[in-house]
Design a protein. Structure first.
Length: 272
Protein backbone atom coordinates (compact mmCIF):
# COMPACT_ATOMS: atom_id res chain seq x y z
CA UNK A 1 0.00 0.00 0.00
CA UNK A 2 1.21 3.48 -0.85
CA UNK A 3 0.48 5.52 2.27
CA UNK A 4 2.40 8.56 1.06
CA UNK A 5 0.42 8.85 -2.18
CA UNK A 6 -2.89 8.38 -0.35
CA UNK A 7 -1.90 10.89 2.31
CA UNK A 8 -0.82 13.45 -0.29
CA UNK A 9 -4.21 13.21 -2.01
CA UNK A 10 -6.07 13.53 1.29
CA UNK A 11 -3.99 16.54 2.30
CA UNK A 12 -5.03 18.32 -0.88
CA UNK A 13 -8.63 17.88 0.26
CA UNK A 14 -8.59 19.17 3.83
CA UNK A 15 -7.07 16.20 5.66
CA UNK A 16 -7.71 16.21 9.39
CA UNK A 17 -6.80 12.62 10.28
CA UNK A 18 -5.53 9.53 8.48
CA UNK A 19 -5.13 6.43 10.64
CA UNK A 20 -4.25 2.95 9.34
CA UNK A 21 -4.17 -0.32 11.26
CA UNK A 22 -3.77 -4.01 10.49
CA UNK A 23 -5.02 -6.37 13.18
CA UNK A 24 -4.72 -3.58 15.75
CA UNK A 25 -1.16 -2.58 14.82
CA UNK A 26 -0.83 1.01 13.61
CA UNK A 27 0.88 1.13 10.22
CA UNK A 28 0.54 4.81 9.36
CA UNK A 29 -0.93 8.02 10.74
CA UNK A 30 -1.00 11.62 9.61
CA UNK A 31 -2.93 14.60 11.00
CA UNK A 32 -3.93 18.14 10.19
CA UNK A 33 -3.55 21.02 12.61
CA UNK A 34 -5.19 20.39 15.96
CA UNK A 35 -5.99 16.72 15.29
CA UNK A 36 -4.64 13.41 16.52
CA UNK A 37 -5.84 9.82 16.86
CA UNK A 38 -7.76 10.61 20.04
CA UNK A 39 -9.64 13.75 18.96
CA UNK A 40 -13.35 13.09 18.21
CA UNK A 41 -14.74 14.05 14.83
CA UNK A 42 -18.26 14.10 13.41
CA UNK A 43 -18.92 11.02 11.28
CA UNK A 44 -22.01 12.50 9.61
CA UNK A 45 -23.44 9.69 7.43
CA UNK A 46 -20.51 7.48 8.41
CA UNK A 47 -22.76 6.79 11.40
CA UNK A 48 -24.84 4.57 9.11
CA UNK A 49 -22.03 1.99 9.23
CA UNK A 50 -23.09 0.90 12.73
CA UNK A 51 -26.61 -0.25 11.96
CA UNK A 52 -26.15 -3.04 9.41
CA UNK A 53 -23.82 -5.01 11.70
CA UNK A 54 -26.12 -4.28 14.63
CA UNK A 55 -29.11 -5.61 12.67
CA UNK A 56 -27.18 -8.81 11.93
CA UNK A 57 -26.29 -9.07 15.63
CA UNK A 58 -29.91 -8.43 16.64
CA UNK A 59 -30.99 -11.21 14.29
CA UNK A 60 -28.46 -13.48 15.97
CA UNK A 61 -30.02 -12.53 19.31
CA UNK A 62 -33.48 -13.47 18.04
CA UNK A 63 -34.67 -9.89 18.31
CA UNK A 64 -35.57 -9.43 14.64
CA UNK A 65 -35.26 -10.90 11.16
CA UNK A 66 -33.74 -8.71 8.48
CA UNK A 67 -36.22 -10.12 5.95
CA UNK A 68 -39.30 -9.32 8.05
CA UNK A 69 -41.56 -6.44 7.07
CA UNK A 70 -42.02 -3.19 8.93
CA UNK A 71 -45.70 -4.18 9.09
CA UNK A 72 -44.81 -7.09 11.36
CA UNK A 73 -44.12 -4.47 14.03
CA UNK A 74 -46.35 -1.58 12.94
CA UNK A 75 -49.73 -2.74 11.52
CA UNK A 76 -50.25 0.62 9.82
CA UNK A 77 -47.60 -0.53 7.35
CA UNK A 78 -49.62 -3.59 6.34
CA UNK A 79 -51.41 -1.89 3.44
CA UNK A 80 -50.36 -1.16 -0.14
CA UNK A 81 -46.70 -0.93 -1.09
CA UNK A 82 -45.70 -0.34 2.53
CA UNK A 83 -46.69 -3.92 3.31
CA UNK A 84 -43.74 -5.07 1.17
CA UNK A 85 -41.01 -3.00 2.87
CA UNK A 86 -38.54 -5.18 4.76
CA UNK A 87 -35.89 -4.22 7.29
CA UNK A 88 -33.29 -5.08 4.66
CA UNK A 89 -34.92 -2.54 2.32
CA UNK A 90 -34.62 0.13 4.98
CA UNK A 91 -30.93 -0.55 5.65
CA UNK A 92 -30.12 -0.88 1.93
CA UNK A 93 -31.97 2.40 1.15
CA UNK A 94 -34.28 0.60 -1.30
CA UNK A 95 -37.50 0.94 0.73
CA UNK A 96 -39.22 3.26 -1.73
CA UNK A 97 -38.96 6.22 0.66
CA UNK A 98 -37.98 9.40 -1.16
CA UNK A 99 -34.98 11.65 -0.66
CA UNK A 100 -34.71 13.43 2.69
CA UNK A 101 -33.68 13.17 6.30
CA UNK A 102 -30.11 14.37 5.84
CA UNK A 103 -28.13 16.75 8.03
CA UNK A 104 -30.35 18.58 10.48
CA UNK A 105 -33.55 17.36 8.77
CA UNK A 106 -33.62 13.91 10.38
CA UNK A 107 -37.23 13.22 11.47
CA UNK A 108 -38.18 11.67 14.81
CA UNK A 109 -39.54 8.12 14.68
CA UNK A 110 -43.24 9.01 14.44
CA UNK A 111 -42.70 11.38 11.54
CA UNK A 112 -40.50 8.88 9.74
CA UNK A 113 -43.20 6.21 10.06
CA UNK A 114 -45.77 8.62 8.59
CA UNK A 115 -43.78 9.23 5.39
CA UNK A 116 -45.38 7.90 2.20
CA UNK A 117 -43.45 5.88 -0.35
CA UNK A 118 -42.30 7.35 -3.65
CA UNK A 119 -41.32 4.09 -5.34
CA UNK A 120 -42.06 0.39 -5.24
CA UNK A 121 -39.97 -1.26 -2.48
CA UNK A 122 -36.79 -2.81 -3.86
CA UNK A 123 -36.97 -1.02 -7.20
CA UNK A 124 -34.98 2.15 -6.52
CA UNK A 125 -31.97 3.20 -4.44
CA UNK A 126 -32.56 6.59 -2.82
CA UNK A 127 -29.94 7.98 -0.48
CA UNK A 128 -31.36 9.56 2.66
CA UNK A 129 -31.84 9.26 6.39
CA UNK A 130 -35.56 8.55 6.76
CA UNK A 131 -35.32 4.77 6.18
CA UNK A 132 -32.81 4.46 9.03
CA UNK A 133 -35.23 6.31 11.30
CA UNK A 134 -37.98 3.84 10.36
CA UNK A 135 -35.58 1.01 11.20
CA UNK A 136 -34.87 2.80 14.50
CA UNK A 137 -38.58 2.93 15.26
CA UNK A 138 -38.90 -0.82 14.63
CA UNK A 139 -35.86 -1.60 16.75
CA UNK A 140 -37.07 0.67 19.56
CA UNK A 141 -40.43 -1.10 19.60
CA UNK A 142 -38.81 -4.54 19.72
CA UNK A 143 -36.49 -3.45 22.53
CA UNK A 144 -39.28 -2.11 24.77
CA UNK A 145 -39.66 -5.36 26.76
CA UNK A 146 -35.89 -5.38 27.42
CA UNK A 147 -35.58 -1.71 28.26
CA UNK A 148 -32.69 -0.23 26.22
CA UNK A 149 -33.05 2.26 23.41
CA UNK A 150 -31.52 1.38 20.02
CA UNK A 151 -28.41 3.38 20.87
CA UNK A 152 -28.10 1.78 24.31
CA UNK A 153 -28.45 -1.65 22.70
CA UNK A 154 -25.73 -0.72 20.17
CA UNK A 155 -23.47 0.34 23.03
CA UNK A 156 -24.13 -2.81 25.08
CA UNK A 157 -24.08 -5.32 22.22
CA UNK A 158 -21.15 -4.02 20.17
CA UNK A 159 -19.30 -1.03 21.57
CA UNK A 160 -18.71 -2.19 25.15
CA UNK A 161 -17.09 -5.53 24.21
CA UNK A 162 -14.80 -3.64 21.80
CA UNK A 163 -13.89 -0.97 24.32
CA UNK A 164 -15.14 1.54 21.77
CA UNK A 165 -15.98 4.99 23.10
CA UNK A 166 -18.41 7.31 21.35
CA UNK A 167 -17.59 10.85 22.42
CA UNK A 168 -21.17 12.10 21.93
CA UNK A 169 -24.30 11.89 19.78
CA UNK A 170 -26.57 14.56 18.43
CA UNK A 171 -30.09 14.61 19.87
CA UNK A 172 -33.38 15.21 18.09
CA UNK A 173 -36.24 17.42 19.27
CA UNK A 174 -37.86 14.60 21.27
CA UNK A 175 -34.62 13.67 23.02
CA UNK A 176 -33.92 10.56 20.94
CA UNK A 177 -30.71 10.15 18.97
CA UNK A 178 -30.66 9.79 15.18
CA UNK A 179 -29.52 6.62 13.43
CA UNK A 180 -28.32 7.92 10.03
CA UNK A 181 -25.99 10.59 11.45
CA UNK A 182 -24.92 12.24 14.68
CA UNK A 183 -21.99 10.28 16.14
CA UNK A 184 -18.73 11.99 17.14
CA UNK A 185 -15.86 9.48 17.33
CA UNK A 186 -12.05 9.56 17.41
CA UNK A 187 -10.13 7.90 14.58
CA UNK A 188 -8.60 5.30 16.88
CA UNK A 189 -12.06 4.43 18.22
CA UNK A 190 -13.82 4.11 14.86
CA UNK A 191 -10.97 1.83 13.78
CA UNK A 192 -12.00 -0.60 16.53
CA UNK A 193 -15.35 -0.99 14.79
CA UNK A 194 -13.55 -1.58 11.51
CA UNK A 195 -11.51 -4.41 13.06
CA UNK A 196 -14.73 -5.89 14.43
CA UNK A 197 -16.19 -5.90 10.91
CA UNK A 198 -13.02 -7.43 9.41
CA UNK A 199 -13.22 -10.32 11.87
CA UNK A 200 -16.96 -10.89 11.52
CA UNK A 201 -17.80 -13.47 8.86
CA UNK A 202 -21.42 -13.16 9.91
CA UNK A 203 -21.49 -9.59 8.57
CA UNK A 204 -21.39 -10.76 4.94
CA UNK A 205 -25.06 -9.64 4.46
CA UNK A 206 -23.91 -6.06 5.08
CA UNK A 207 -21.56 -6.25 2.10
CA UNK A 208 -23.96 -7.56 -0.53
CA UNK A 209 -25.40 -4.97 -2.88
CA UNK A 210 -29.00 -4.82 -4.03
CA UNK A 211 -30.47 -5.10 -7.51
CA UNK A 212 -31.25 -1.39 -7.32
CA UNK A 213 -27.67 -0.50 -6.36
CA UNK A 214 -25.01 -3.24 -6.47
CA UNK A 215 -22.51 -0.83 -4.86
CA UNK A 216 -24.39 -0.35 -1.60
CA UNK A 217 -24.99 -2.93 1.12
CA UNK A 218 -26.48 -2.36 4.56
CA UNK A 219 -24.98 1.02 5.43
CA UNK A 220 -21.72 0.26 3.58
CA UNK A 221 -20.45 1.14 0.11
CA UNK A 222 -18.74 -1.59 -1.94
CA UNK A 223 -15.66 -0.51 -3.88
CA UNK A 224 -15.96 -3.50 -6.24
CA UNK A 225 -19.29 -5.38 -6.08
CA UNK A 226 -17.82 -8.26 -8.11
CA UNK A 227 -15.21 -9.04 -5.42
CA UNK A 228 -16.69 -10.87 -2.40
CA UNK A 229 -13.53 -10.10 -0.38
CA UNK A 230 -13.14 -6.56 -1.70
CA UNK A 231 -12.88 -3.23 0.05
CA UNK A 232 -15.99 -1.78 1.69
CA UNK A 233 -16.34 1.63 3.26
CA UNK A 234 -18.48 3.93 5.34
CA UNK A 235 -18.88 7.44 4.00
CA UNK A 236 -19.83 10.76 5.55
CA UNK A 237 -20.19 14.31 4.30
CA UNK A 238 -16.98 16.28 3.79
CA UNK A 239 -14.77 13.27 3.20
CA UNK A 240 -15.26 11.22 6.37
CA UNK A 241 -14.52 7.59 5.66
CA UNK A 242 -13.62 4.25 7.10
CA UNK A 243 -12.24 1.81 4.54
CA UNK A 244 -12.17 -1.86 5.47
CA UNK A 245 -9.67 -3.64 3.22
CA UNK A 246 -10.83 -7.15 3.95
CA UNK A 247 -8.25 -9.00 1.87
CA UNK A 248 -5.43 -7.11 3.59
CA UNK A 249 -7.15 -7.10 7.02
CA UNK A 250 -6.55 -3.34 7.18
CA UNK A 251 -8.72 -0.52 8.47
CA UNK A 252 -8.20 3.03 7.22
CA UNK A 253 -9.95 5.93 8.95
CA UNK A 254 -9.90 9.28 7.19
CA UNK A 255 -11.37 12.55 8.48
CA UNK A 256 -11.43 15.75 6.47
CA UNK A 257 -13.36 18.78 5.22
CA UNK A 258 -13.09 18.59 1.44
CA UNK A 259 -16.26 18.64 -0.65
CA UNK A 260 -14.31 17.54 -3.76
CA UNK A 261 -12.73 14.50 -2.08
CA UNK A 262 -13.36 11.23 -3.97
CA UNK A 263 -13.18 7.79 -2.38
CA UNK A 264 -12.24 6.04 -5.61
CA UNK A 265 -9.27 8.37 -6.16
CA UNK A 266 -8.03 7.89 -2.59
CA UNK A 267 -8.28 4.10 -2.90
CA UNK A 268 -6.48 4.15 -6.24
CA UNK A 269 -3.63 6.12 -4.64
CA UNK A 270 -3.57 3.80 -1.64
CA UNK A 271 -3.77 0.49 -3.49
CA UNK A 272 -1.98 1.49 -6.68
Amino acid sequence: MNFDAASAYAQRHGLEALFVQRDGETLFECYGDGFDAAKPHALYSGTKSFWGPLAVSAQEDGLLDIEETVGATFPAWNTGAKSRVTLRDLLALTSGIGFGGLGNAVPVYDRALAVELKNEPGSTFTYGGIPLQVFGAVLAEKLKPRGPTPHEYLAERIFAPLGLKIDRWRSLADGTKPLPTGAFVAASQWAKFGRFVVDGVKFAPCFAGSAANPRYGLGWWLADPSDPEGTVYASGSGGQAMYVLRAQRCVVVKFGRGASYRHEVFLKRLLG
